[in-house]
Ligand binder design. Sequence first.
Ligand code: FE2
Length: 426
Amino acid sequence: MLDLLVQNATLPDGRSGMSIAVQGGRIIEVTAGLDAPAAEKLDAQGLLVAPHFVDPHFHMDATLSYGLPRVNQSGTLLEGIALWGELKPLLTAEALIERALAYCDWAVAKGLLAIRSHVDTSDPSLLAVDALLEVKRRVAPYLDLQLVAFPQDGVLRSPGGVDNLKRALDLGLDVVGGIPHFERTMADGAASVKLLCELAAERGLPVDMHCDESDDPLSRHIETLAFEAQRLGLHGRVTGSHCTSMHSMDNYYVSKLLPLIAEAGVSVIANPLINITLQGRHDSYPKRRGMTRVPELMAQGVNVAFGHDCVMDPWYGMGSGDMLEVAHMGLHVAQMTSQRGIRQCFDAVTVNAAKVFGLDGYGLETGCDASFVLLQARDPVEAIRLRATRLKVYRKGRLLAETPAATAALHLADRPAATAWMHPKN
Ligand code: FE2
């Protein structure tokens, strides 16, 4: 007898009438029209069943701290960093853990079951590192949390930056981070990329660096990152996050840069919600969008994922852990409005993000973990358009969260009694 049998599901690739058989937390069969005895049966009624969402770029140490100790007035990245600096001496482990756990609750309810979070290693007490390692332990039964050692104040610029980062890695963080554009000079930024990639190579760790998060067309750290990835044989283990300066770079230079990124096997993470709000703040009009070149990177064969980055923190006062909102903003800012482009944006918050994360057992194939979401939508395009309700969220075959379907009762003569905003197609 099966533990769980999902029937009449539509999958992201368009197959409909599909059954997913689950035993021991894993998918043991995906086929059309299967019926078999099962402890639990779920009729998907033709709706979309997708692998769970993955956020490849987040800052969980700062989340839900909006307004502490004050709100970012200029809306810039730099004021956000300064504001976070004001908040850090006031942080307590208890409050940080409580906020992070609350965010993880939001995430699970939205079908977001894997999060890569950067954690600031600049404070010599490593309070945030210890706190998020505790959160990682506590959420492990229901959410995969991966932690990046992130020297927010600059690994070279801040006193003891290298030592603090190494001590954080010794405590068990998973990934080496960096912020070369925040070092004092372009040369220091490049030196930090080299140093951090060498550290990652020595320790056998992946790299995920905030890279060129500015509107400066001459910021070149993604180039250095790709070069170091290749030089040190880190193919497939390196990610450049944000990369917003690429938006403003010269087209000739970009035509040379993109193949380097692709050849080096470097993934790129865009954070559409955050960079559409943080970037372009020094412009009058026209204001630059400040998101990296997503369709061009994808066309070059680069793995591109979308991250949420921030929710209610010194940089961003919005957000709810909804990766469909991230995909929705991403497709608008990148003008990826074709059906293919929209589906690529869905991939950017699911399969592409899982690739960045290095998640084993991800997907809807035989042998994968039975970790999936039933959405109130019939395909990925409709899911993004509606930021569709996550009707049911399963992890390894266990039901973690349910949300009632979104419907509106109508009081209109001669019209249907209710609507759920779904296109009236067959
Ligand atoms: Fe970030």
